[in-house]
Design a protein. Structure first.
Length: 368
């Protein structure tokens, strides 16, 4: 597997070999035909939201049953034999890479400007002064001056949609609304109106999370979760590293990229995880965009891989917004869909975290 990986242009992945790529849903992480589908889905999502009240009333009865069917098929929405194949591949990849195996590196001269792919969780702008990195599950968090009782109370103050030109080549445009065909506002029965008012108050009028196809993350933080609110400077204070490695999208393209940032392992050392009840490190790390629309889960040991990088620079310049500024992940041992842009939360956990593309049928592990 190592040998194959080092051959340039070799794009056969463990996932593709197992046939997963052709069997999963029509939306693929960064697929060319994907934007049009996404636009259609967004439109249908808008319609759904418009009649949210009606849908919510209907769902109150049906949702539990739907969930039951959904879950009985397996935890990652893959047919059982296929899931077993993926798990076996993950075991092989783990054995090959573990924490020692390194992805190949290249001379800077061979690096190119990375293309932009995927804009979930980064569509709205955040002013740099409104950025904070939430860190949850940290050992003795109260010893840090960045400790707060409720990290979810941080207000990212999302601005209007980021300029479309930032996502050139990607369908972020919204079709003009046909106001005439919009359904009239639904009049709520008083009991429901009161319940919704209560719900809205609980949510603090915040932007709803999980507004893309995969929906809300199962691992999103409950209000009142304590932790640290770090500034970008708290991260960039750590030793700076550069890396020239290949970035691989599961779509079948790869590019050599010059990255700069801090090692995730150094971050983990500076803000270490609290031990679990057995006195051990928690197994997993969960990351999420500030708006909760995109999210990824990892094994803690993969996060300690020396090439797992919290990226702040690309091609010797500050990381552009559409590549995930101010902070994104690069993990050369994983496919692109795990390399989350605009990290808003890093949480240590013993529960296997939710993952955007795993929810849509892709391999949770996503190792190369
Ligand atoms: N927040 C966020 N991160 C994301 C995505 C996304 O849609 N939103 N897409 C993923 C996918 S599928 C890929 S291939 C890479 C693309 O990173 P790039 O745009 O910097 O090339 O980002 C990954 N991280
Ligand atoms: Mo991707």
């Amino acid at each position: 597997m190592r040998e194959e990986m080092q051959v340039e242009g070799e794009e056969t992945s463990s996932v593709e070999r197992s046939g997963a790529a052709s069997q999963v849903s029509e939306s693929r992480p960064g697929a060319p035909g994907f934007a049009a589908d996404a636009a259609a889905r967004r439109e249908s999502a808008r319609r759904t939201r418009r009649s949210f009240v009606v849908a919510a009333v209907a769902a109150a009865g049906g949702y539990g049953f739907y969930r039951w069917i959904d879950r009985s098929e397996g935890d990652e929405l893959q047919p059982k034999p296929l899931r077993e194949a993926l798990n076996a591949n993950a075991a092989v990849a783990r054995a090959v890479f573990d924490e020692r195996g390194l992805a190949p590196t290249y001379p800077v001269g061979r690096s190119v400007e990375l293309r932009v792919n995927g804009n979930y969780g980064i569509k709205e702008e955040i002013a740099p002064e409104n950025y904070r990195l939430q860190a949850v599950g940290v050992e003795q968090p109260k010893r840090f001056r960045q400790y707060v009782e409720d990290v979810t109370a941080w207000d990212y103050k999302f601005a209007a949609k980021a300029e479309d030109k930032a996502h050139a080549g990607h369908d972020t445009k919204v079709a003009p609304k046909d106001e005439a065909s919009a359904p009239a506002e639904v009049q709520l029965p008083p009991a429901f109106a009161a319940a919704f008012a209560r719900l809205k108050k609980e949510q603090g009028d915040k932007r709803p999370r999980g507004q893309e196809e995969a929906g809300k993350s199962d691992s999103t933080l409950a209000a009142g979760t304590s932790g640290l609110l770090l500034t970008l400077e708290d991260v960039t204070r750590l030793p700076r590293h550069e890396l020239v490695t290949q970035f691989k999208c599961i779509e079948g393209w790869s590019q050599i990229v010059h990255w700069g940032g801090v090692r995730l392992r150094d971050f983990i050392e500076a803000y270490p995880p609290a031990k679990n009840a057995q006195g051990q490190d928690p197994k997993y790390v969960y990351m999420e965009t500030p708006d909760g629309d995109y999210y990824c889960g990892f094994h803690l040991n993969e996060c300690r891989h020396p090439q797992s990088l919290l990226v702040t620079e690309m091609a010797g310049k500050p990381l552009p917004v559409w590549h995930g500024a101010p902070l994104r992940l690069h993990m050369p041992i994983k496919y692109g869909y795990k390399q989350i842009k605009r990290i808003g939360l890093i949480a240590y956990t013993d529960e296997k975290p939710d993952d955007y593309w795993a929810k849509l049928g892709y391999d949770w592990y996503a190792g190369i």
